[in-house]
Write a protein that binds this ligand. Structure first.
Ligand code: HEC
Ligand code: HEC
Ligand code: HEC
Ligand code: HEC
Length: 184
């Protein structure tokens, strides 16, 4: 009898331990969440200001009020739509619509001037491991496709030029960037 109790006790302990290990792994694997474009603005003001003037920032406002309640429309006009409803993390196509949810890679002390300065290549590698995305054509055509009732076709190079907010030094040298409505 005593043996059985001990055996049972061990079995229960092992089950519990197993569960807790599984839960820890689950927590570690938990999907990153959206922080919002204002979070990115803290350190990427120039990129933010360019984005603010792009149609992406106001994509939700372009929808008629009735359409803002339609799941079929909201899908590509907001950031981080919660599947099966019209709930979303942010109206419009925000930074993380293209660069992925930032709770991990843009966490405090992970993506910062300090970490970057200390180890540029190592920091970058870490950010991409934590989910940062360098968007490609594949990301764009998730929304720029025939499911859009207003689809006007998609020319990658042409469309990329219109949203350019990278290699800003080169851009500045070539032309004055569109940042009239700058945020102070
Ligand atoms: C606390 C400051 C800080 C915050 C907040 C922050 N970043 Fe960064 N980020 C940096 C620094 C510093 C770099 C490296 C220098 C640079 O490229 O400007 C960088 C680089 C990047 C890069 C370029 C990576 C590469 O391969 O060159 C992307 C893309 C990026 N950040 C996106 C974002 C997005 C999206 C957010 C919001 C979710 C965000 N960042 C929030 C500081 C920050
Ligand atoms: C598959 C993604 C997707 C869905 C779903 C979608 N849209 Fe769009 N919408 C886009 C894209 C991308 C554009 C930009 C047009 C382009 O360049 O092709 C756009 C542009 C628009 C515009 C602006 C047109 C302009 O001339 O500025 C309106 C208004 C609009 N959509 C309304 C809607 C409505 C209403 C629905 C639902 C019936 C809807 N969209 C569903 C992706 C989508
Ligand atoms: C519509 C998609 C899209 C949105 C929205 C977007 N980006 Fe980007 N971002 C890109 C692409 C594409 C690149 C260029 C990747 C490459 O170099 O090939 C890029 C590059 C960058 C870089 C690298 C800059 C450099 O000089 O190398 C930073 C930083 C960045 N984005 C920050 C942001 C921030 C902050 C926001 C929001 C204010 C934002 N992005 C919104 C698509 C997007
Ligand atoms: C989450 C959905 C989504 C993604 C991802 C996305 N877009 Fe868009 N894009 C839109 C919507 C919606 C509009 C229309 C906004 C409006 O008219 O207000 C738009 C408009 C545009 C426009 C303006 C088109 C015009 O007629 O002037 C350009 C340029 C553009 N997108 C480029 C890109 C590029 C390049 C990428 C990939 C790096 C990309 N987009 C990724 C949803 C998206």
């Amino acid at each position: 009898m005593k043996k059985i109790v001990v055996f049972l006790g061990i079995a229960i302990f092992m089950t519990m331990a197993g569960t807790s290990v599984a839960q820890d792994a689950e927590a570690a694997e938990e999907a990153a969440t959206y922080k919002g474009s204002k979070k990115c603005k803290m350190c990427h003001k120039d990129q933010y200001n360019i984005w603010l003037e792009s149609p992406h920032a106001t994509a939700f406002d372009k929808l008629e009020e009735a359409d803002q309640a339609k799941e079929d429309c909201v899908a590509c006009h907001v950031m981080g739509k919660v599947d099966g409803s019209v709930e979303h993390a942010e109206p419009g196509v925000g930074c993380e619509s293209c660069h992925n949810p930032g709770s991990k890679y843009a966490a405090k002390g992970v993506m910062s001037k300090k970490t970057f300065k200390a180890d540029p290549e190592g920091s970058k590698e870490n950010w991409y491991t934590l989910g940062l995305v360098k968007p490609t054509e594949e990301n764009c055509v998730a929304c720029h496709n025939e499911k859009s009732p207003n689809f006007e076709g998609f020319d990658f190079d042409k469309y990329m030029a219109k949203i350019r907010h990278w290699d800003l030094d080169e851009l500045e040298a070539a032309e004055t960037p569109a940042t009239e409505e700058t945020v102070k």
